[in-house]
Ligand binder design. Structure first.
Ligand SMILES: [Zn+2]
Length: 93
């Protein structure tokens, strides 16, 4: 089973993203390069802060050891991220 990255919406994380209460993975997202449990817990970087910085750099594939999917588009992927507040405020058509 794969999991979606809460930072960049990459849909194929191997482990569930780390929860606020601790536990979960120390996986590094191959797409945005966020390391769960380290960049958030140890460095105090929020998902949105990392996401914005990553988008600013051009939303490039981060992993050196793992190839990006052939049709991969970082910006489109990040834009596909479900927006909680927008979804609540507006009803789907
Ligand atoms: Zn990611």
């Amino acid at each position: 089973m794969s999991h979606s990255c809460p930072v960049c919406a990459y849909p194929k994380l191997k482990e569930p993203p780390r929860s606020a209460s601790g536990g979960g993975s120390y996986e590094i997202c191959p797409s945005c390069g966020f390391q769960f449990g380290v960049d958030d817990d140890d460095k105090g970087i929020t998902f949105s802060k990392w996401r914005n910085a990553w988008l600013k750099r051009g939303a490039l594939w981060s992993s050196l050891g793992q190839k990006a999917p052939a049709d991969w588009n970082g910006k489109a992927q990040a834009a596909s991220r479900p927006k909680k507040t927008a979804a609540k405020a507006k009803k789907a058509k």
